[in-house]
Design a protein around this ligand. Structure first.
Ligand SMILES: NC(=O)c1ccc[n+]([C@@H]2O[C@H](COP(=O)([O-])OP(=O)(O)OC[C@H]3O[C@@H](n4cnc5c(N)ncnc54)[C@H](OP(=O)(O)O)[C@@H]3O)[C@@H](O)[C@H]2O)c1
Length: 122
């Protein structure tokens, strides 16, 4: 991004968020939905009432905590916790097969799981 565009973008108002059930009927997957940006995203998506919300997580304990917090804020959300470890290829294949088998169609996939490593570079 050219430097001037960056400064202009900082002064541009953020577009208004949609209101109501903007994701009605949609099947949504969020990887890394148990913490950080993924968890915040999961709450936001739940607010838009998707048909199905899959919280794809490596750590089931915090995944279940995330599900609980979502159901507390948005009761009746059809959300499920599925195990996914992006560093385990066999598990990724298993996850994909489950998606095909149980969901068939995926409307939106937020592939957020991962880590920032640049600050660790020496
Ligand atoms: N925060 C920022 O300023 C920033 C800036 C640029 C890009 N990003 C990108 O945005 C994404 C989320 O950032 P964040 O700040 O929310 O990070 P975070 O709080 O550290 O969350 C990372 C998420 O990814 C999951 N994860 C890590 N390795 C995984 C693996 N092998 N398989 C499945 N899940 C895995 C973690 O699960 P566990 O709980 O099991 O560890 C956690 O849910 C990352 O991809 C990051 O690179 C963030």
């Amino acid at each position: 991004m050219p430097p001037l565009d960056f400064y202009i973008s900082q002064l541009t108002p953020i577009p208004a968020q949609p209101k109501g059930p903007a994701l009605e009927g949609k099947v949504v997957i969020i990887t890394g939905a148990n913490s950080g940006i993924g968890l915040a995203m999961a709450h936001q998506v739940a607010a838009y009432r998707p048909a199905t919300l899959i919280l794809a997580v490596r750590t089931l304990k915090t995944g279940n905590d995330a599900l609980e917090s979502i159901l507390k804020e948005y009761p009746g959300t059809n959300a499920q916790v599925w195990h996914l470890d992006m560093a385990d290829f066999a598990n990724v294949r298993e996850f994909s097969a489950r998606v095909e088998r149980e969901l068939g169609v995926v409307d939106i996939a937020f592939l957020n799981a991962g880590c920032v490593t640049w600050w660790k570079a020496s």
